[in-house]
Write a protein that binds this ligand. Structure first.
Ligand code: SF4
Length: 323
């Protein structure tokens, strides 16, 4: 069996905050609290959950843009967290990220062509002439004209700028692309085009994706498997089709009920936040099952013990005492 491209094991990130009073201990924000998953080559794994569940922090930990508190990340057998600065620089060519807002991730004073070629300059991989040629080539790869090379980001629509951001991420020919809410800032009509482009590019370049989204309806057709996160923990992970057909965790069920076109038994939530109550603070998460303060099926054990992630067969795992 081939080794997964990405293996994340027991990853933890706690941020120490400023103490509120002179004699108080600094509180800990438990952004990511023991997350494990793997992604096969050519696969798309969705990381889904409400704002503050730890999905974007997980992305930054994988890329080592921030240092973890504990745990491990391996890309193609290489321990990302054990790399020296020089090794990490080389490894970063293998894994790139596309952010939600293309305008804020592109330099407004730099032509889009120069922006696309910039990673080649940063890594010392091409001279000016080669960068010009490659950037024009990658403009076409993402469905834009090579003649747009000298245009500035403000001359483009949001969808065009996101294509530029994808081209810039791809020009290093990475193995892994992390897509952090890549279509959330775009109009609904443009979303489908960008998702289709990403899907085509995955086949063309044999890419592996980690797709981060707060919206299960977006990842529904795009991801092979989906991990549902709640307050820094994975509560369920399954093949996409299985998760939509038979969600086992009450939180996943609520998220899926919130998708307008999905037929479900029981009351439909109006949105992700259609659940009772707000997401508790990750500074002081609930004891036991972190979802117990919002769960309609809560039992006495739920606030006392933490449910382990249990394998239900075929890679479907769920952390809930109902199963
Ligand atoms: Fe609900 Fe208990 Fe399951 Fe948590 S463990 S999701 S509180 S039933």
């Amino acid at each position: 069996m081939t080794q997964p491209l990405l293996i994340v094991d027991a990853l933890v990130k706690h941020f120490r905050l400023e103490p509120r009073g002179l004699f108080e201990a600094p509180p800990l924000l438990r952004a990511v609290d023991g997350i494990s998953f793997s992604v096969k080559r050519g696969e798309t794994l969705g990381l889904v959950g409400e704002s503050g569940c730890g999905k974007s922090t997980t992305a930054r930990l994988i890329l080592r843009l921030i240092e973890p508190t504990s745990g491990s990340v391996a890309l193609d057998g290489v321990d990302v967290l054990a790399c020296s600065k020089k090794e990490l620089m080389a490894l970063r060519r293998e894994m790139q990220i596309v952010f939600q807002d293309p305008l804020s991730s592109l330099n407004p004073r730099m032509s889009v062509g120069t922006s696309i070629g910039e990673p080649l300059r940063f890594h010392g991989l091409a001279d000016q002439v080669e960068r010009f040629d490659r950037a024009r080539e990658y403009l076409e790869v993402v469905g834009l004209s090579a003649d747009y090379y000298d245009r500035l980001p403000h001359e483009f629509s949001g969808g065009q700028n996101q294509r530029v951001a994808v081209a810039r991420a791809l020009i290093l020919q990475p193995k892994l692309l992390i897509l952090d809410e890549p279509v959330s800032a775009l109009d609904v009509s443009i979303r489908a085009q960008i998702l289709r482009l990403l899907s085509d590019l995955q086949g063309q370049f044999q890419l592996t994706y980690v797709f981060i989204s707060h919206d299960l309806s977006v990842v529904k057709r795009f991801c092979d498997r989906i991990a549902v996160l709640y307050l820094g923990k994975i509560v369920e992970i399954a093949e996409s089709e299985t998760l939509y057909r038979e969600p086992l965790h009450p939180y996943s069920q609520a998220l899926i009920r919130a998708i307008p076109e999905v037929k479900v038994d029981g009351p439909r939530a109006s949105s992700l936040s259609g659940l009772e109550g707000d997401v508790p603070s990750p500074v002081n998460p609930p004891t036991g099952c972190r979802f117990h303060t919002r769960c309609p099926h809560k039992m006495p054990i739920c606030s006392e013990q933490e449910p382990p992630l249990k394998d239900m067969g075929d890679g479907h795992q769920v952390a809930c005492f109902l199963h």
